[in-house]
Design a protein around this ligand. Sequence first.
Ligand SMILES: [Zn+2]
Length: 407
Amino acid sequence: MTDAAGRPLLLRNGRLLDVAAGTYAEEDLLAVDGRIAERGPGVAAPADAEVRDLRGGFVLPGLIDAHVHVTAITADLGSLGTMSPFYVGAHTARIMGEMLDRGFTTVRDVAGADFGIAAAQAEGVIRGPRVFFGGRALSQTGGHGDDRGPGTDELPAWSQSRIADGVDGVRTAARHELRTGAHHIKVMASGGVASPTDRVDSVQYSMAELRAVVDEAQAANRYVCAHAYTARAVNRALEAGVRSIEHGNLMDASSVSLFLEREAFLVPTLVTYWALKTEGREFGLPEGSWRKVDDVLNTGLSALEMAYRGGVRLAYGTDLLGGMHRHQNEEFRIRAQVQPPIDVIRAATSTAAELLCADGQLGTLAAGAHADLIVLDGDPLADIGLLADPAAHMPLVVQAGTVARQR
Ligand SMILES: [Zn+2]
């Protein structure tokens, strides 16, 4: 951290990516008070500005990861409740700082992060991405967010999820999260990998319960995102009015038309399966969970391809846990197997911003937007691998008009 807050930052001679058009403009960019104040050729430097010459560096909007768990300091999620919250918070701060260093200036946390973490980041106490939080996810008893093994009835002291059953129960739970300022409500609408007692192909919550959660979120002008794997689970959630589907690895063509009809988003998280398969056990994933990874590993890429060809709005997500967070940028390389680089970049910028209801504010280099940006030493439209290796190819990260990392 080198710049005093509030000092204007003028970046000269960058190639600024217009994410919508997929083209670059060779211009200067001036950030004042955290926002992009002006851009164009030969922008005049305010007297107190810090001026940097980017020498033709490639400038992209700051990256947005729309599916993270910043409090997932271990892959053994059930053990989080036995840890000191101070210890979890300390590691969360580290994880968030490392995300910022990888170019992620904004994240959407979909279970775990709360108003306290978001406030600490906003106040500058924690160095990290801006956090759009949902608080604790809603899970039915025995659902994906139920951390208990089959031999115990006792709930842990803390969990990334809140167990709620029945229409009244889920309404109350959603209201609790909304009263803390949650940007969205996360529901577990199918089984998952990192849960001890459910099957990946199970569907969770009744339609009445799902509709009640959507109803509560919409009443507060918020939206619902749902963890769902199979077509059955995805389609039920979409029919209930859920706005974003997380994972979706086992969806089919019937889901694609529903996504379009409902103008919903899909947030694939392919890198996490690859990481869980190769390193999961080393970082605490229990054996039973590790065996479930194969069910979803190979289908994820074809689901992404089907959704992409069908025109579904796609946002970038990673869902990494514990020591596997360091693979956050590998998702760029994985998606580029089935999508052109510009579309993968849109997923991590403009489309993610739309999902966050922050289009025009985030995920763009337009004047007026938050001055969040990254600089690459080559053209990611020609080589997406540059984004996958930020330590080597991302010399500068700027957040709110302040240099957050430089090489
Ligand atoms: Zn997740």
